[in-house]
Design a protein around this ligand. Structure first.
Ligand code: ADP
Length: 414
């Protein structure tokens, strides 16, 4: 409500005295405010009117025939009437005034001092206050609604979080089951496979002179495929063991240069078959490191055998150097087929092979790099790759000089 002169105020007077009402009318006219005035002469009719029609302000006589002003103010407030109620007192004492204000009157005016100025001031200030209170009420209401909404959204989020947590738990369980299943299966498969490989080796040796070329070729194929299957099973076993958290590193003091040289030696024949130049540089001031020698050899073997496999001419190289006092970098580079930029982010995923075609040229399980990546993570290390199609690839491995054993107790290189 705005008490500017352009707005018409709806006013109510509850007073049984004609003369007093006339005096009020006259004083109201003198205020210059635009208003519509309704007049009633009892508390009963005043209460009814206030309950049914909208008013901006009401004047209540303190001494009504059916009720005193104080009770009337109290009843009206109890009934939820919020508009300014201005009590008009007769010979009102200070005490009456305090009582009226306590009961909920917005202001009180002694009839003897009724003037246009006092009236105007009282109407303006009480209606302004009423307006401010209404705005606060409205703001509070909006805040309550917002709060309610936030509470509901919070509850919904909480529900979703719990659902995600439950799903996560299920996923972890399923993944663990899968890893355990794979680990057991791989183990069970290895035993008969070793028998197949062993027996075909014996057959090969025993029938070397008596069997026909065709028969020997068949045995050779059994042997090659058996080896390939064994490699695949070992990789699956490794991967599932790592994923199930069942693979431990045996950290010991090792000579990195020697480890690299012996690993390269084992792969030399493969490189020679393809007439590749296999270069080794071990640029180390201190060759001693602490790591799991078998697992580190596995990492280097994976990277080198990939480099040889995917290179038809040129070179394959391995370089080891100290990039800081406690970090070693091993780079395996080749001049091979390279890896397309869009494939690079996927090569460390299990079973990912850039060439997915059935007729693909290169053998492999697609597990080597994911195992390498996981092993390096266990070694608190890191692997990255730079590659260009038809130019070659470089795999960068960084490992701490001293890998912390999984169950504490640091090992220092000798
Ligand atoms: P795979 O058993 O197929 O070698 P890896 O996990 O070791 O499996 O490698 C995944 C894929 O990454 C390979 O199939 C190949 O497409 C690509 N890759 C790995 N190393 C090289 C490399 N040196 N040059 C080109 N491509 C490579």
């Amino acid at each position: 409500m705005n008490s500017s002169s352009s707005e018409i105020l709806k006013l109510l007077v509850v007073d049984d005295d004609d003369v007093d009402r006339m005096a009020l009318r006259r004083a109201l006219k003198g205020t210059g405010l635009s208003f519509e005035l309704e007049e009633v002469d009892s508390a009963q009719s005043g209460t009814t009117l206030l309950g049914t029609k909208p008013f901006d302000c009401a004047f209540l006589d303190y001494q009504l025939p059916d009720c005193d002003g104080l009770t009337l103010v109290q009843n009206l407030r109890d009934a939820g009437v919020k508009i300014p109620l201005i009590a008009l007192t007769g010979q009102g004492s200070e005490e009456t005034a305090v009582g009226l204000m306590k009961a909920g009157a917005s202001d009180y005016l002694p009839k003897s001092k009724l003037s246009s100025e006092t009236l105007s001031r009282s109407i303006q200030s009480t209606t302004r206050l009423y307006k401010a209170e209404q705005e606060i009420d409205l703001t509070n209401q909006r805040l309550r609604e917002k709060n309610e909404l936030l509470k509901r959204q919070n509850e919904e989020l909480q529900r979703q979080r719990e659902q995600i947590q439950r799903k996560n738990l299920q996923l972890v369980e399923v993944s663990q089951l899968k890893s355990e299943f794979l680990a057991t299966m791989s183990h069970e498969l290895r035993t008969p496979l070793n028998a197949i490989i062993g027996f075909s080796q014996i057959l090969m040796r025993q029938l070397k002179d008596s069997a026909s070329d065709r028969q020997l070729d068949m045995i050779r194929r059994v042997l090659t495929n058996g080896h390939h299957l064994l490699e695949l099973i070992s990789d699956i076993l490794d991967l599932s063991k790592i994923e199930a958290g069942r693979l431990d590193l045996t950290v010991e003091s090792i000579n990195l240069k020697e480890l690299i040289l012996t690993t390269v030696e084992g792969l030399q024949s493969l490189a020679e078959q393809k007439q590749l130049d296999l270069k080794v540089t071990a640029d180390l001031a201190n060759t001693q490191i602490a790591n799991d020698s078998n697992r580190l050899r596995q990492v280097i073997t994976n990277l080198l055998s990939n480099a040889i496999k995917f290179t038809d001419e040129g070179f394959v190289s391995i370089t080891a150097r100290e990039i800081s006092s406690d970090t070693i970098e091993i780079v395996v580079a080749d001049s091979g087929i390279g890896i397309a930029a869009e494939s690079v982010p996927h090569i460390f995923n299990a079973f990912h092979q850039v060439d997915q075609s059935i007729s693909r040229k290169h053998q492999g399980t697609g597990l080597g790099l994911s195992i390498t990546h996981l092993l390096l993570e266990m070694m608190q290390g890191h692997i990255s790759v730079k590659s260009q199609v038809d130019q070659g690839s470089q795999f960068y491995v960084q490992i701490p000089r001293c890998v912390q054993p999984p169950h504490g107790g640091a090992i220092a290189p000798k």
